[in-house]
Design a protein around this ligand. Structure first.
Ligand code: SF4
Length: 121
């Protein structure tokens, strides 16, 4: 039997949780105050994923950068590949929220999209 200690990142309470596992299967989760913690803990020990956020350079816009994020969670092991996929990326203004900045980032099947608007000048 294996025990993993985790801090839930679902909200600022940061509940300390213990996940009991055997042969890669979750047997129990304790310490969570709500269901979100249980869901997070089970996913974190079996298939950890994250949203990746960053910024890219904008040409010809009212702002010089725009914030971007992966459209959904990507596997934790692909975070740095997604960040690398953004290296040197420049977009032309105007940029609108939801515009696809990088398609299929690092082969994850997830696009990186703009999370801000930048008007052209
Ligand atoms: S278990 Fe629920 S209350 Fe605790 S940190 Fe996670 S989301 Fe917040």
């Amino acid at each position: 039997m294996e025990k993993r200690e985790l801090i839930c990142i679902g909200c600022p309470m940061g509940c300390p949780m213990t996940v009991t596992m055997e042969n890669g299967e979750v047997l129990s989760v304790s310490g969570n105050t709500c269901k979100r913690g249980d869901v997070y803990a089970r996913k974190e020990v079996t298939n950890p994923t994250r949203i990746v956020t960053s910024t890219v350079t904008v040409e010809g816009g009212a702002d010089v950068t725009v914030s971007v994020k992966t459209a959904s969670d990507v596997p934790k092991g692909k975070i740095f590949d997604c960040v690398k996929a953004l290296k040197g990326v420049t977009v032309k203004a105007p940029v609108k929220i939801g515009d696809v900045i990088v398609e299929n980032a690092a082969g994850t099947g997830v696009d990186i999209v703009a999370t801000g608007n930048v008007r052209a000048v």
